[in-house]
Design a protein around this ligand. Structure first.
Ligand SMILES: Nc1ncnc2c1ncn2[C@@H]1O[C@H](COP(=O)(O)OP(=O)(O)O)[C@@H](O)[C@H]1O
Ligand SMILES: [Mg+2]
Length: 211
């Protein structure tokens, strides 16, 4: 069974590449034949892959900047990293290659507002409106002690976009990214706490795969 996940938001800097690369490491570590497609002209995901050590679980990179070329035969998990600011039409095109959509959002007023608008637009897109494809919201870079985190969660709940996962702000993401790694590649204890936060998202993705 194969499954494809589209990580998107019109807003930049909300963690799309971090989520795409981390999910790819989760799938690869679980033993799935995994590919990571990069739509971004800046090639953030492909740049990350280029620095990935041979000892880490393999992830195949796909350059989707010009065209959405098919993943290699036998691919079980495909993660698509979409850049900020794409037209909705382009996102809709990419949606054809995806089973699940993941939308990261940060705890900032500007991010909340623009992401709510984006989520409403996505809700109007046919396969999503008809319930064939699910949108999963990830509240990202949360600092639980800050008021902004609670405000974001309240805002999402009120707007009907309850997040599937809450990912904390951790310096570890940036540190691992520098060496082509993700949270699911390493044994360290400080990664274990972070990994817990991803379990509801991974479970929701697998449920979508099973449908
Ligand atoms: N949960 C997190 N904790 C700490 N830093 C994060 C987290 N998510 C993203 N970042 C950092 O935020 C910056 C933007 O993230 P990135 O994934 O590149 O966003 P996007 O792809 O949406 O532009 C990067 O420096 C990244 O390391
Ligand atoms: Mg990015």
């Amino acid at each position: 069974m194969s499954l494809s996940v589209l990580v998107t938001n019109t807003k930049g800097g909300c963690g799309k590449t971090t989520i795409a690369t981390t999910l790819a490491t989760a799938f690869a570590a679980a033993g799935f034949k995994t590919a990571l497609a990069d739509v971004d002209r800046q090639k953030s995901s492909l740049g990350w892959l280029a620095t990935r050590p041979d000892s880490a679980a393999p992830i195949t990179g796909l350059d989707w900047r010009k065209a959405a070329d098919p993943a290699p035969p036998g691919t079980q998990r495909l993660v698509i990293d979409v850049p900020a600011g794409l037209r909705l039409g382009h996102v809709q095109d990419l949606l054809k290659s995806a089973d699940v959509v993941i939308v990261p959002v940060l705890a900032s007023v500007f991010d909340e507002r623009s992401t709510s608008r984006f989520l409403k637009k996505l809700d109007g897109v046919k396969p999503i409106a008809k319930g064939r494809k699910r949108v999963l919201v990830v509240a990202n870079r949360l600092r639980s002690r800050q008021k902004s985190a609670q405000r974001l969660l309240d805002h999402l709940a009120t707007a009907g976009f309850e997040p599937t996962a809450q990912v904390a702000d951790r310096a570890l993401y940036g540190e691992l990214a520098m060496s082509g790694l993700g949270l699911f590649d390493i044994e360290q204890r400080r990664a274990a706490a972070g990994r817990e936060e991803w379990l509801p998202l991974l479970a929701a993705i697998e449920r979508a795969a099973a449908r």
